[in-house]
Design a protein around this ligand. Structure first.
Ligand code: FMN
Length: 389
């Protein structure tokens, strides 16, 4: 079974339209889980004023009856509460020339899709690019992440995330369930309260000097049986699919699996996870981050990603006016100083979606109960090798 989704919509448009196809019937999708996750995506000290305005008005259209999937494509929309004020600029059928001119952008921002997008589609106004290239689309991805997460939860798999560093200021990674839980709830996405003042000070200083910040974050997946994914073809390797999904998040510039880049520096004996017989076959370390040969190995999947600083600066960088070729400052669009705590939520969402996709492909089933039974049977078969994870 192939799980897939498509979205349509623009940042300041009427909203986002999401269609998810391939979901098994009988999966519970409670509205409050979507609302909670969308609220988490808006979190973070250093977010722009838009986060206070965004409402993410969620409406289900099809594929759901009484809170359970029917097997038909799941359709939903995320309405934009600012739509009426932007309608003259972005109306799909007729725009107001004066309103559109007032919002036009002719000086592409370095680090954004603006310039390459103009070239690619032949537009004369960066607005035609930036509305779709905007990270607001990650709200739609957050929604599909909830669908993936609920499917995973139905087979005992959990996805969690935490901030690792912002602008070079590091915080401790979660060491137990309570700390993962705190990272999920905390505005800054970090595991320990005592780390927050330094992060806040770093973000405040950047904001005061018109700067922006990036950072790193981690995502963990627990409860996966060994042997999900594949070593037989490039596009079925789960490590590649997960890295691709995280790398596709706007502003993410690096992804590591397990110890990642640090593995390049150590001796071979220090880079692998030796196999020991202790209640099934076990590993004493998890340097591989739960993935070997493109498949899960039964250990926790551990991913880490690096986000660059937000490219829209209040003190804009050098650009060129595309109308006359003269040097001008880049366009300024209202935005965030730091979005690392929000990016973790998006990364959790895309991880959940990608793992759910791999599970659905491998185990199939048109009914949620079939998928559960097949995963349970597969776990049982693997028990002698990895203790039934
Ligand atoms: C959650 C999130 C929020 C973001 N907020 C902004 C923002 O407010 N302003 C901005 O210029 N870029 C923001 N970005 C980053 C840009 O969307 C991204 O840098 C841009 O689309 C160019 O893509 P690239 O950096 O992957 O090349 C955000 C990214 C994420 C993941």
């Amino acid at each position: 079974m192939t799980l897939r989704f498509l979205t349509s919509g623009e940042s300041h448009g009427r909203g986002y339209l999401v269609v998810v196809e391939g979901l098994p019937a009988g999966l519970a999708l409670p509205r409050e889980r979507f609302v909670a996750e969308l609220a988490r995506r808006r979190r973070g000290f250093g977010r722009g004023p838009r986060m206070a305005l965004e409402r993410d008005e969620l409406t289900f259209w099809g594929g759901l009856r009484g809170g359970r999937t029917t097997g038909a494509p799941l359709g939903l929309t995320l309405g934009n509460s600012e739509w009426e004020s932007w309608r003259p600029v972005l109306d799909p059928e007729a725009i107001d020339a004066e309103a559109a001119a007032a919002k036009a952008a002719h000086c592409p921002r370095p680090g954004h899709a603006d310039l390459a997008g103009l070239v690619k589609y032949g537009h004369g106004d960066c607005r035609d690019v930036l509305e779709r290239a905007s990270a607001r689309a990650t709200a739609a991805w957050t929604v599909i992440g909830v669908v993936g997460r609920l499917l995973l939860e139905s087979v005992g798999v959990a996805v969690r995330g935490a901030v690792d560093a912002i602008g070079g200021v590091t915080c401790s990674l979660p060491g137990d369930d309570a700390q993962w839980e705190r990272a999920a709830r905390a505005d800054l996405g970090c595991a320990r309260e005592e780390d927050e003042p330094a992060l806040i000070a770093r973000i405040r200083a950047a904001s005061e000097s018109g700067e922006t910040l990036g950072g790193t974050f981690v995502v963990s997946v627990t409860g996966m049986p060994a042997g999900v994914g594949s070593y037989v073809e490039l596009d079925r390797r789960l490590d590649g699919r997960l890295a691709g999904a995280l790398m596709a998040i706007p502003a993410v510039k690096g992804v590591e699996v397990g110890l990642g880049f640090r593995l390049a520096e150590v001796d071979g004996s220090q880079a692998q996870d030796e196999i020991v017989a202790e209640g099934g076959l076990r590993r004493r370390t998890n340097r591989a981050g739960g993935l070997e040969g493109g498949m899960t190995n039964g250990e926790e999947i551990l991913l880490r990603a690096a986000m660059k600083p937000i490219p829209t600066l209040r003190r804009p960088l050098a650009s060129v006016d595309i109308r006359d070729g003269r040097a001008r400052s880049a366009h300024v669009e209202r935005g965030d100083v730091c979005a690392v705590p929000a990016a973790v939520v998006v990364a959790e969402a895309l991880t959940a979606w990608t793992v759910a996709q791999a599970l659905a492909e491998q185990f199939g089933g048109d009914q949620a109960s079939e998928l559960r039974e097949r995963v349970t049977a597969f776990r049982r078969k693997g028990e002698p090798f990895h203790g039934g994870n």
